[in-house]
Write a protein that binds this ligand. Structure first.
Ligand SMILES: NC(=O)c1ccc[n+]([C@@H]2O[C@H](COP(=O)([O-])OP(=O)(O)OC[C@H]3O[C@@H](n4cnc5c(N)ncnc54)[C@H](O)[C@@H]3O)[C@@H](O)[C@H]2O)c1
Length: 328
């Protein structure tokens, strides 16, 4: 029998706190060389301006073996559909048997929020209490949830090119998280007042400018994942020089315009990538070193996050009797 876990099953089975723990452990094990994680395979569906990503991972010693297929269709928003759809298959590494089929869109949102939670835990100032969120879509919800979990964020400004989306987000997130979420009238002011910034947009151009940043800010850049697009400009990257942290060097040097474009411009070099987040979790490298430094975490999203989160969700679902058993 195979357990089916829907998006709502995931929300019942897995708290953000537990997802953050699982992803933190996944990053640590990756830094220890215990994760087999082939580069994901992108398949461009140019006719429909979409991309399919095929992402396998195996965490040794954790029995987490998954593959995710996930679609990214930025134009879906015009059709009233989510940008991301996906499915995760969790297999038993001892026999190869399929254990679970999981809603990959919901799992992606949770594990991407969890990655930001981990990075923020190690890189944001300990007294960080305010946030600026760019983009008011699916990812933005779990991003703020994770910030509230690790830093108890009390006030957040949200900015979206669609003012209605920002308004809806502010209302529902304020209610859901008990945090004061307001629509930013001026993105510049939100950035300069926020201790933590998240970019979770489908923008191809920078939404955060270096000139707006106050000392001590931490930025999580999670949206862009093409070499030619970015959400954070070169001056912002230069402000964070010294604490540019990535989920994976290899993946970011292949996919992250936020890093690749400043390298191509000659503003920074590959060696300016300070660490992978797993090295900081692992204790090989230090996280934030002073209240003044600007830190930047770039996430393009790794299958190890899916594997760690899928296993945590599956184990919790078994314990709590959540989900449906089906025969395939
Ligand atoms: N790093 C990861 O692991 C990871 C995981 C999932 C998704 N993503 C990426 O995150 C991005 C957001 O995904 P989503 O599912 O939330 O999409 P979404 O379509 O639900 O939300 C994106 C939001 O960004 C807004 N936006 C676009 N341009 C903007 C701009 N210039 N300024 C402010 N807001 C702007 C859109 O109006 C929309 O509301 C996508 O690019 C997606 O590929 C990354």
């Amino acid at each position: 029998m195979v357990r089916m876990l829907s998006g709502s099953d995931l929300r019942v089975a897995l708290l953000m706190r537990d997802a953050i723990k699982a992803v933190e452990e996944g990053f640590r094990m990756m830094a220890q060389g215990k994760v087999i994680i082939p580069q994901r395979v992108p398949l461009n569906v140019e006719e429909y301006s979409g991309v399919m990503l095929y992402m396998p991972a195996y965490i040794r010693g954790k029995d987490a073996l998954v593959i995710k297929e996930v679609s990214v269709y930025p134009d879906n928003v015009k059709r009233g559909l989510p940008t991301i759809h996906g499915t995760v298959l969790l297999n038993d590494p001892r026999s190869g048997r399929l254990l679970a089929i999981i809603d990959g869109a919901a799992l992606t949102a949770i594990r991407t929020g969890a990655a930001t939670g981990v990075a923020t835990k190690y890189l944001a100032r300990s007294d960080a209490a305010t946030a600026a969120i760019f983009g008011a879509g699916t990812q933005a919800r779990t991003q703020l949830e994770a910030l509230v979990e690790v830093r108890g964020v009390r006030r957040a400004w949200v900015f979206d090119v669609l003012p209605e989306a920002a308004k809806r987000y502010a209302t529902s997130m304020s209610r859901e998280l008990g945090t004061d979420v307001v629509v930013a009238k001026d993105p510049r002011e939100a950035v300069s007042r926020a201790d933590i910034i998240v970019t979770a947009t489908t923008s191809k151009e920078p939404v955060v400018k270096g000139g707006w940043l106050a000392d001590g800010t931490h930025i999580n850049g999670i949206g862009s994942h093409y070499p030619t697009t970015r959400e954070v400009d070169t001056p912002a990257i230069l402000r964070a020089r010294g604490k540019i942290v990535v989920d994976s060097r290899e993946a970011c040097l292949k996919e992250a315009g936020d890093i690749i474009i400043p390298i191509k411009e000659g503003a920074i070099a590959e060696g300016d990538i300070y660490a992978e987040i797993g090295e900081i979790v692992n204790g090989t490298k230090v996280g934030r070193a002073s209240d003044k430094e600007v830190t930047f975490f770039k996430s393009v999203g790794l299958a190890v996050q899916d594997a760690a989160t899928a296993l945590a969700a599956y184990s919790a679902a078994l314990k709590r009797g959540v989900g449906k058993e089906v025969e395939i």
